[in-house]
Design a protein around this ligand. Structure first.
Ligand SMILES: [Zn+2]
Length: 363
């Protein structure tokens, strides 16, 4: 078992900290009865949980990785037909008390295949307060050989009484290279994988979605307009070019309001990541990049004098808040082009003057 644990979770790309914590717990035979797996949407939370369930039930040989992925229980969990892998999902908008009571009754039963029963509640943020309170008993004393896994974006989506009874496993965003590796495993060709991953906020799930390629083109276009000063020189032209890509059209029609908000939110976060990467680039810190920007683009942005990138990031944070507070997406997009464009463009203007005066001194 120990040898197998060492080569466990080979299917899960990235998330080394989380995998190592789970490996240690498995090796010691003391995986908590209640886990709370937190991380951004699309980061691979459900994949990791499925692999944990397989590891707890795998019947692979002594030399097989854990889980082996080939035995009966591994196959049934992968296909979603295993009696000991139970998923609880929202019935409509939320997960109510009746569903939790059903879960508690189910938990009292013995494992179907004699392994460990795994109950996955996702998204756990959908649990009503009443349902969370009902779940407490199950988390405190899960009956022998059962594990409850709550999947959430953040711990604070749950009542403190619930979160504190779980062993928390945190997943962070994947680097662009790790997202490309996940996509390649899904059979996507390398060039398309790279384009899909480029602006997908460290999220293989999002990179695999239908929106990924459209977002990649939109984000590339927007970041280039900001970095080149085009957004500052011609804000209206820039807005007119970006708006249809977000789904904002003049007059009636266009895409659903929620889709517009989601696209615009993804765009603001992609730009924010790029600017944060530019800050890291300037400081020469060895941190993995989170945006899809090329080193050449980051170097251009990193030339901004002190404070300008930070100003632009502040604008983006404010615009994201406005978007969440239901400000009209068209106004948020205009604000992005005008405010972020101005922050970065005044940086360019100052840089030009410095270069000119430096040149004069030199000449
Ligand atoms: Zn197996």
């Amino acid at each position: 078992m120990i040898g197998r644990v060492r080569s466990s979770f080979t299917r899960v790309i990235g998330h080394e900290g989380a995998k190592s914590a789970l490996r240690n717990a498995l090796a010691a035979g003391r995986l908590a009865g209640a886990l709370l797996v937190c991380g951004p949407e699309g980061a691979g939370r459900r994949t990791l949980v499925r692999e944990v369930a397989k590891a707890l039930n795998c019947r692979g040989g002594a030399d097989a990785p854990l889980p082996c992925g080939a035995c009966g229980p591994c196959g049934r969990i992968e296909r979603g037909t295993a009696g000991d892998y139970v998923r609880v999902e929202p019935d409509g908008q939320s997960i109510g008390i009746a569903q939790v009571q059903g879960l508690l009754e189910e938990m009292a039963l013995a494992p179907v295949e004699g392994g460990t029963r795994v109950f996955v509640v996702a998204p756990a943020g959908a649990l009503t307060e009443e349902a969370q309170n009902a779940l407490l008993k199950g988390l405190e004393e899960p009956p022998g050989r059962s594990v409850v896994v709550l999947v959430a974006t953040r711990e604070d989506e749950l009542l403190p009484t619930v979160a504190s009874r779980c062993r928390v496993v945190r997943l962070s965003e994947l680097s662009t290279d790790e997202v490309v590796a996940v996509l390649a495993r899904e059979g996507i060709d390398p060039a398309e994988a790279a384009e899909r991953a480029r602006w997908c906020a460290g999220s293989p799930g999002r990179a695999l979605s239908d929106e990924a390629l459209a977002l990649a083109r939109l984000a590339s276009d927007a970041v280039e307009a900001l970095a080149s000063g085009a957004a500052y020189a011609d804000p209206l032209g820039t807005v007119d070019r970006l708006a249809p890509q977000v789904g904002i059209t003049k007059g009636e029609g266009g895409v659903d309001a929620q889709v517009k908000r989601a696209r615009l939110g993804a765009l603001l976060r992609a730009i924010g990541r790029t600017l944060r990467d530019a800050l890291v680039h300037r400081e020469g810190a060895a941190r993995r990049r989170l945006s899809g920007a090329s080193p050449e683009l980051l170097a251009r942005l990193a030339h901004a004098p002190a404070g300008r990138l930070e100003d632009a990031i502040d604008h983006l944070v404010r615009l994201e808040e406005e978007l969440e507070q239901s400000v009209n997406p068209a106004l948020v997009l205009e604000g992005m082009v005008l405010d972020v464009g101005a922050s970065l463009a005044s940086a360019r203007a100052e840089r030009t003057m410095t270069t000119v005066s430096g040149g004069r001194r030199g000449g």
